[in-house]
Ligand binder design. Structure first.
Ligand code: DNO
Length: 359
């Protein structure tokens, strides 16, 4: 396991590489070419420059989050051929630059969805939150406007204003696409990209849909154990793998997280580990990483990762906004640094007690 932190690049992030370098046990960053649009080819030179900047700080790029998938691929439009060819070229360029992990998602229209970006908790911190009631009361195109006031001026990944301006048209693309069709489109995409992944040893790690159910009537498939195992089987190649995100799968209270980790043994290439606190099954907020601050047993999650031999990058996921920090919601320095230290502590304890048992 390697502890990492997501970093949005020097042009967008309030957190610097120098600060990340000082979090104990964090050796890598998860980043992307910000500004690159879904469907574009990433030039080698740009990848190299980004890697050089990260390496100059004493860290390295542990993986890319995300190379976004163009809507034409998800919706299965004829233009998908061009975008798949571009995706393959991007993977090739990443592989040539020594990058072997790519996180992506297959969520139609919206990436992750929250209805509040700064819900106040009793300790005075603010957190991201979701209620189904708030979504049900909203028109999809109002979604962005309803939360953007709390974004601290940052552009939330997946919520870029130019995308939001086209929400209606994007919805149109999915009129005929149900869950089965979306599975077919995902299979088609994966089969086309697996050869380049095999050639350059690139692990593809699909991010779950967040929340793990359909929003605004759009199809959503990466939501539970049954579907994710179906996906692993339908393209049965170890490079077709998973980002195990506890905070996304965990939105559905029926998902048993340690059990899912065990079922996905060998196919988890990347982990996002965070905790949630529920008010009801459809009203939750993001807690501190510590088990007792939320509803997940973080020890059991880390233990399942350890026991299944997980050796990819982990990142603490969204943090609370604390100590007066102003940053992109969920992506400040302080609470994520606390999360990294805590998860590293759990890992050390699990490793030592498990190793002790073997002697
Ligand atoms: C939110 C993130 C997601 C994730 C993408 C992966 O904070 O976890 O935006 O990066 O879904 O493609």
């Amino acid at each position: 396991m390697e502890m990492t932190l997501r970093w949005y690049g020097s042009a967008f992030d309030t957190v610097t590489l120098g600060q990340i370098r000082q979090i104990p046990g964090v050796t890598g960053v998860i980043t992307t070419l910000y500004g690159a649009k879904a469907g574009e080819v990433w030039e080698r030179e740009k990848i190299r420059r980004l890697a050089g900047e990260v390496e100059a700080s004493g860290l390295h790029i542990a993986g890319i989050e995300s190379v976004n998938v163009h809507e034409a691929i998800k919706a299965g439009l004829p233009e998908r051929e061009t975008y798949i060819a571009n995706y393959i070229e991007t993977l090739e360029n990443l592989g040539k630059e020594g990058i072997h992990l790519v996180c992506y998602n297959f969520m139609p229209v919206f990436d992750w969805t929250r209805t509040e970006l700064a819900r106040k908790r009793t300790d005075g911190s603010t957190v991201l939150a979701y209620t189904q009631e708030a979504v049900d009361a909203l028109e999809p195109e109002k979604m962005f406007a309803s939360i953007s006031g709390d974004a601290n001026g940052s552009i939330m990944p997946g919520w870029e204003p130019e995308r939001m301006a086209q929400v209606r048209e994007l919805f149109e693309l999915y009129r005929e696409v149900d869950d089965e069709k979306l599975f077919d489109n995902l299979k088609y995409f994966l089969e086309k990209i697996m050869p380049v992944c095999d050639r350059y040893d690139i692990n593809m790690a699909i991010h779950p849909d967040d929340p793990a159910w359909s929003v605004f009537g759009l199809p959503r498939i990466i939501i539970n154990k049954k579907n994710i195992l179906r996906m692993m089987k339908m393209v049965d190649n170890p490079h077709n793998g998973v980002t195990f995100c506890s905070g996304s799968y965990g939105t559905n209270r029926e998902n048993d997280l340690p059990d899912m980790i065990r079922a996905l043994k060998g196919r988890i290439h990347f982990a996002h580990v965070r905790n949630l606190k529920f008010r009801s099954p459809t009203d939750f907020e993001e807690a501190a990483h510590l088990s007792e601050d939320g509803d997940f047993d973080m020890y059991e999650i880390m233990k399942a990762l350890y026991e299944t031999g997980f050796n990819g990058p982990v990142r603490p996921d969204h943090g609370r906004m604390i100590w007066g920090e102003t940053a992109m919601p969920g992506y400040g320095l302080y609470d994520r640094a606390l999360g990294a230290a805590y998860l590293n502590g759990l890992w050390e304890a699990i490793r030592k007690s498990e190793d002790g048992k073997r002697q």
